[in-house]
Design a protein around this ligand. Structure first.
Ligand code: CA
Length: 225
């Protein structure tokens, strides 16, 4: 699972990132509230660790904006301030939990685990191949900080290719998965492969869909090819 840390104090951001990575999560960091909001909306993240005092837009603002847009990503607010008023404000704007700095590393990880469990997410909901990741809940394909939305058939096609990474998927297998054996022309497969390639290209991904003549399709890591 990927976690976004929005924290403008460089040392604390570094500490948080390392702590989360040690805990088995992938973590990205941004120091500006507006940039944090922009990234958090993409649906790539399973959790937000959000500071209150931030440049651009403060943590309350980020939180409120995400909830107003219907984004349900769990949010753990983090602040140096200890007033009850801040805690109430944080929870009122839609945060799921609240911690004050300084915090014990074990406690932060425990709360992260609790929040991600509550959301029912597990690493199995994310498939990865080479430099791209596929979010099975949000149907987004991402590479680094960039992500794109996949249509249901693009998603099914990529999921099939990822599940069978390293082997070839025949056109027959793809037709079966995407159209459930209903009559479909072979060139529909080609069309969806082409859509998928465009999205991989947009992400500037190394991952490519290779066409093996008369055999089928296979995902390949472009750098190894
Ligand atoms: Ca701050």
């Amino acid at each position: 699972m990927r976690i976004l840390v929005v924290e403008d104090e460089p040392r604390l951001a570094e500490t948080l990132t390392q702590l989360l990575r040690d805990g088995g999560y992938e973590a990205d960091t941004v120091e500006d509230g507006l940039r944090g909001l922009e990234l958090a909306q993409k649906g790539t993240y399973g959790l937000l660790v959000l500071d209150v005092m931030l440049p651009g837009l403060d943590g309350f603002g980020v939180c409120r904006a995400l909830r107003e847009k219907g984004k349900s990503v769990p949010i753990l607010m983090l602040t140096a301030r200890t007033q009850v008023a801040d805690k109430v404000a944080g929870l009122d704007c839609g945060a799921d939990d609240y911690m004050t700095k300084p915090f014990a590393p074990e406690e932060l990880l425990a709360r992260v685990r609790a929040l991600t469990r509550r959301q029912g997410e597990s690493p199995a909901q994310e498939l990865a191949f080479a430099d791209v990741r596929l979010d099975a809940a949000a149907h987004t394909l991402s590479r680094g900080e960039r992500s794109v939305q996949l249509s249901p058939k693009e998603f099914e096609l990529l999921r099939l290719l990822m599940e069978r990474a390293g082997s070839v998927c025949s056109k027959g297998m793809i037709l079966e998965r995407l159209w459930g054996g209903e009559p479909a022309e072979d060139n529909n497969v080609e069309a969806y492969v082409s859509f998928l390639r465009k999205k991989l290209f947009y992400l500037d991904a190394r991952t490519t869909v290779v066409n093996l003549r008369k055999v089928g399709y296979r995902l390949e890591d472009g750098e190894k090819a």
